[in-house]
Write a protein that binds this ligand. Structure first.
Ligand SMILES: [Zn+2]
Ligand SMILES: [Zn+2]
Length: 184
């Protein structure tokens, strides 16, 4: 059951710049008009790391974080690479049952693709992935419109989608009491 007004808490996993946690909070406040607090940090446990792949497994992290979610929704940012299920890697994941979403930062950085570092591009990608995963957390599925809920498993697809929700997705969010201010 959704608690209104919606309250979000932002966490960093291990070493994530505090500024990025604040940027994620600002995005949720300004785009969705929700309450948001930067809560702090949680340690990634070594048993979540899969040495054969060189990546973290996302599902057990979701389950760990679910214990901190309580009556708020939780968004965690992690500066590590991760995968889930049969996917080679993921930009983010949302556990609707757990009330927890995560966004993984390394593949959002231009440097990952051999490009020059670009803070604005990185932040824009992060905001899109934050809104996308929070959209899932609030019950939205993938969307074929020009919309932040469009599926993307390549960075070019992240870059080509807008930092906002289409009319259809906005209406769905409005039905659960979210006032969408960032429209595609
Ligand atoms: Zn998705
Ligand atoms: Zn949409």
């Amino acid at each position: 059951m959704m608690v209104l007004p919606l309250e979000f808490a932002i966490l960093g996993l291990d070493d994530v710049e505090h500024d990025l946690l604040r940027e994620a909070c600002r995005t949720l406040k300004s785009c969705l008009g929700v309450v948001c607090d930067v809560e702090g940090y949680e340690r990634l446990r070594p048993e979540f790391y899969e040495p054969a792949k060189g990546l973290y497994r996302a599902e057990p992290i979701l389950r760990l974080l679910a214990r901190r979610a309580r009556r708020r929704l939780l968004l965690a940012l992690a500066d590590v690479d991760a995968y889930a299920g049969g996917l080679n890697f993921i930009f983010g994941i949302a556990g609707m049952g757990e009330g927890v979403a995560m966004v993984f930062l390394p593949r959002l950085k231009p440097e990952f693709y051999g490009r020059r570092s670009d803070r604005e591009l990185f932040l824009s990608r992060m905001r899109k992935e934050v809104l996308h995963e929070i959209g899932h957390l609030l019950g939205l599925g993938h969307c074929d419109n020009d919309c932040v809920m469009r599926f993307s498993d390549r960075i070019e697809e992240v870059d080509s989608k807008p930092e906002g929700f289409c009319d259809g997705c906005s209406r769905k969010l409005e039905r659960i009491g979210v006032n969408v201010r960032c429209r595609a």
